[in-house]
Design a protein around this ligand. Structure first.
Ligand SMILES: [Zn+2]
Length: 670
């Protein structure tokens, strides 16, 4: 039996022993552009040195820290994958799965030979649709591929009873990033819509359709109607408004007479007595729309979406159609990424926890885990102190907030229990089939949780991910090992000031108390633990943050959506203040020793900045402004910092400078 550790040893031997000697210069000071005044443009001051030497490559739509970290991790996992191919391990083993996935995916010749054959069975099933009943039956089959035909069916924790796994129905079905892309009348959107119809047409032509232009136009009209009753990004963030519990046997009558939900859910082995419907008006609208849309259009819609979902894993023609719209037009990428990078993303998506287990064993030593456990402890204590000191909150709400904070669980680095992939089939027949199998496996894995108690040890992000999350239903922060990575440095080489600023620990803790998280209690249930007066004071304070961010205009005429990004902006700002308080209790702060010519406090703020060091192409920035709940990188830095007096002091920024906001404008929440 081949041991994964041996594969790592093989991978290590490729990585080159000379790597560490490159790190003589401090990266925080190396990135600075000394010609820029931090009071005029702090983001350019902090990153300008790096930006000047690192323009966005043609194969990318953005370029910065997340790419550097991902590349560093993926280079390691690539070697693990390549060595897994050579290992020829026993069928069914994890090593064999990694080897077969990688070897098959990298084989471009095979992708050309199999063509669209991997989709044939489902395409035939779609072609057989002749009425609403056969349509609905087919969509339930397609749900298994983790694609969302019209809508999504999910099993996850009931927001009001966090110990119970409940069935959720949510809006879906749009091929463009969200409703605004269909409904906005601006010039940029008109062009994108035209490009989208071209994309649909090309896919339908690939399927051999003669009348592809008309079909594509009809599919577009159908999706535009769907967009008309879909909720916006900010509406989807309201946990109360998106929680509508209905008895399963009333769904058909009350929402969609065309869909017999009890019978259909049973085909997925789901027999719930109630269902949580995110957006009831969407399902009503969909029910009406299905009745008035010609069956042929609905068939074409499903065919084109199914093909579109898997196009990146098929032959060159399908890949090219996918690239031209989803990457070139929508994100501004000029050429595709190298194949190995795209395959690595797909492998991470499909069997990421197998790779993650290898990764942390080698690159996240126990000393790093201990260090971040200590940071979490210090930052949690600092947050408790901040709650006690709040001058606007009553003792009753404070007591509940402290109780929630004390109960918050922290998962650091990697899961204690690893996912079992033994039922997942990874073969050597085709790349696309492996991705489809992984999608089906993930769906079955999710559905199988229904009826079982919630498992709070489960991770929803792999350990090698450069990110982190707060799960309100578990009242839990999850901090993957990948989120602590600084490119080119071992963890021990990151000084404390840098680490306290860079790791997003305070940010994730504050999510438990943002405009969304505050509605969940210490046990993860959606209940109101605030006095009415404290709740209204909170709302009033957050309004100032909404106004601050809504005033930023990253693209001409496109402002940040201060309401949609509110939760993230609260977390960024509250998190920074808390991380800073915690850092001030350390020896590194008290000693005040400079590193790379920078004081500890300067390194703290530059550490935060490094987490968002990124430049992006215009289409990608536009997409982010419209669809994502995070403010763009630059404003995640200057937005919260410009409410913090220590920041002004650290970089000697005076009131006359553009970065300065007067103390009367500083927002105070946590
Ligand atoms: Zn966040």
């Amino acid at each position: 039996m081949v041991n994964l550790l041996i594969l790592v040893a093989m991978a290590m031997s490729h990585s080159g022993a000379g790597r560490l000697s490159l790190q003589l210069q401090d990266i925080l000071s190396a990135h600075i552009d000394p010609k820029v005044d931090p009071g005029v443009d702090f983001f350019r001051y902090a990153n300008g040195g790096w930006f000047a030497k690192n323009p966005i490559p043609d194969s990318e739509s953005r370029w910065g820290i997340s790419n550097l970290v991902r590349d560093e991790i993926n280079e390691k996992l690539r070697l693990v994958s390549e060595n897994s191919v050579k290992a020829n391990a026993p069928v069914g083993s994890d090593v064999r799965k990694v080897g077969d996935f990688w070897g098959t995916a990298m084989d471009e010749g095979r992708a050309e030979t199999v063509g669209l054959a991997p989709l044939k069975a489902e395409m035939d099933r779609i072609d057989e649709i002749h009425d609403l009943d056969s349509l609905v039956s087919c969509t339930f089959d397609l749900l298994r591929y983790s694609a969302s035909p019209f809508y999504g069916v999910y099993v996850y924790q009931d927001e009001k009873q966090s110990g119970i796994m409940a069935v959720h129905l949510r809006q879906g079905g749009l091929g463009l990033p969200n409703r605004d892309y269909y409904l906005d009348s601006g010039q940029a959107y008109t062009e994108l819509r035209k490009g989208y119809v071209d994309y649909l047409r090309s896919l339908l032509e690939l399927l051999g359709d003669k009348d592809a232009q008309t079909e594509a136009t009809n599919v577009m009209s159908f999706e535009t109607a769907l967009a008309g009753f879909s909720r916006s990004v900010q509406e989807l963030r309201d946990p109360q408004a998106n929680y509508n519990r209905l008895p399963t046997d009333k769904l058909t009558e009350q929402l969609t007479p065309a869909i017999d939900w009890t019978a259909r859910l049973a085909t997925l082995n789901l027999h719930p007595t109630y269902v949580i419907v995110g957006q009831p008006e969407f399902f009503k609208g969909l029910g009406d729309l299905l009745k008035t849309t010609p069956i042929q259009t609905l068939r074409d819609y499903l065919r084109v979406h199914f093909l579109g979902t898997f196009a990146p894993y098929l032959n060159k023609r399908a890949e090219a159609i996918d690239f031209a719209f989803n990457h070139q037009m929508l994100l501004g990428q000029k050429v595709p990424q190298p194949r190995w990078k795209r395959v690595m993303e797909a492998e991470n998506e499909s069997i990421g926890f197998v790779l993650g287990r290898v990764y942390v064993r080698e690159y996240f030593p126990p000393s790093a885990k201990r260090r971040y456990e200590e940071l979490v402890g210090a930052i949690r204590r600092a947050f408790a102190e901040r709650i006690r000191r709040l001058d606007w909150m009553s003792p009753a709400t404070k007591a509940n907030a402290l109780k929630k904070l004390a109960a918050m669980k922290a998962m650091i680095g990697y899961p204690d229990v690893w996912k079992d992939y033994s039922k997942l089939q990874i073969e050597r027949s085709s790349y696309c089939e492996n991705v489809m199998n992984a999608g089906r496996w993930a769906f079955e894995d999710m559905v199988s949780k229904f009826g079982k108690p919630n498992d709070p040890s489960e991770w929803h992000m792999t350990p090698q991910t450069f990110d982190a999350y707060y799960n309100p239903s578990n009242n839990q922060i999850v901090l993957p090992a990948g989120g602590f990575v600084v490119p080119g440095l071992r963890d021990a080489q990151i000084d404390d000031a840098f680490a306290f600023g860079y790791a997003v620990i305070g940010h994730e803790i504050t999510h438990g108390f943002d405009d969304q998280g505050r509605h969940f209690d210490s046990k993860g249930n959606l209940t109101d633990w605030w006095t009415p007066s404290d709740a209204s004071k909170f709302e009033k304070r957050t309004k100032a943050l909404v106004e601050q961010f809504s005033a930023y205009e990253p693209l001409p005429g496109v402002h940040i959506n201060g309401r949609a990004t509110l939760g993230e902006n609260i977390a960024d700002y509250g998190g920074l203040l808390t991380d800073l308080d915690a850092f001030k209790t350390t020896m590194a702060y008290k000693k005040g020793k400079k590193i790379g010519g920078l004081t500890p406090i300067q390194r703290f703020f530059l550490g935060w900045n490094l987490g968002w060091m990124e430049q992006e192409r215009e289409p990608n920035l536009r997409r982010q402004l419209l669809t994502v709940v995070h403010s763009p990188a630059k404003w995640r830095v200057i937005g919260p910092l410009s409410n913090i007096p220590d920041f002004y002091l650290a970089f000697h920024i005076r009131p006359s400078k553009p970065t300065w906001r007067s103390p009367s404008q500083w927002v105070h929440i946590w």
